[in-house]
Design a protein around this ligand. Sequence first.
Ligand code: F6P
Length: 334
Amino acid sequence: MYFIDYFCQKIKVNKIGILTSGGDSPGMNACIRAVVRTAHYFGIETIGFIRGYDGLIDNQYVTLSRNSVSGIIHRGGTILKTARSERFRTEEGLKMAAKNIANHSLDGMVIIGGDGSFKGAIEWSKYTNVQIVGCPGTIDNDLLGTDFTIGYDTAINTVIEAVDKLRDTAESHDRIFVVEVMGRDAGLIALRSAIASGAEAILVPEIKNDVDVLIQKINSWRKDKSSKIIIVAEGDETGGAYKVADIIKQYKPDHDVRITVLGHIQRGGNPSCMERVNASLMGYHAVKSLMDNRHLVMIGIIDKKVSYTPFEKATKHIQNINEDLLQMLEILSS
Ligand code: F6P
């Protein structure tokens, strides 16, 4: 639905900027590398702004050459550093960033970030003529217009590795483990990691009152089920793993419940193979998109094809969780 592939006119691009913004995510470095190397191939200079939009406002930047992105494809985090810039929300900040860009004579900007970063870019475009394209960088996978955001695959693999370990100890003690995963507004990390780790239940922000359903479910669990893993997305309206564990203890005082909050460990680590390939593809197409005169679009991958989604659409949160996956989890975890 959001796949837009209109005819684009080629334009001459001489110099571009790149930055990473919002929460870091594994694969951002692979994307930076792809942008810099693709730009180099087409004779385009690249500069990288440090600490996201704050770097744009403070004019903190580095010149990026083919060599300066060597040895980073496998590294988590971002060599450009990142930030959630408060100043970029102010008119003064937006104007300062626009002024700096004009002084650099940039033809285009590549923003690697999530929802907030693209919303910031939309605002900024009112103050600058620079062409802006984005690559989806967030572990939450909560952007429309791509099947997978940069960082999501690695994060869910980190979660299942942790849950597999928790399963060993849960099994040995016949315990319930409530595991909190990231996902401020979306339960997509929770859903996929729950399926892949064989979790017994999930609580996600997309579904309301799921804690009541959880209690009914606990009552119906097979008596011979030894360990039980409940994955809670941090954004679930119940209020996180501690609250969920309290509720379970209240209704089921005879159950032995433990809590694990995985936290920022989900944001680190070497990107998976899929992450590196997707991030490279998106970075490569980000540069080509600027050459094709695209503006305010996010490069994504839908059904293995490159897609271009206007920032405005990309940043609308997915409110519906995949019902089929949910139902399958329900059946398989019984
Ligand atoms: O970037 C997404 C995310 O990892 C969310 O899942 C989480 O709620 C948030 O970032 C945490 O942000 P911070 O690192 O700024 O505390």
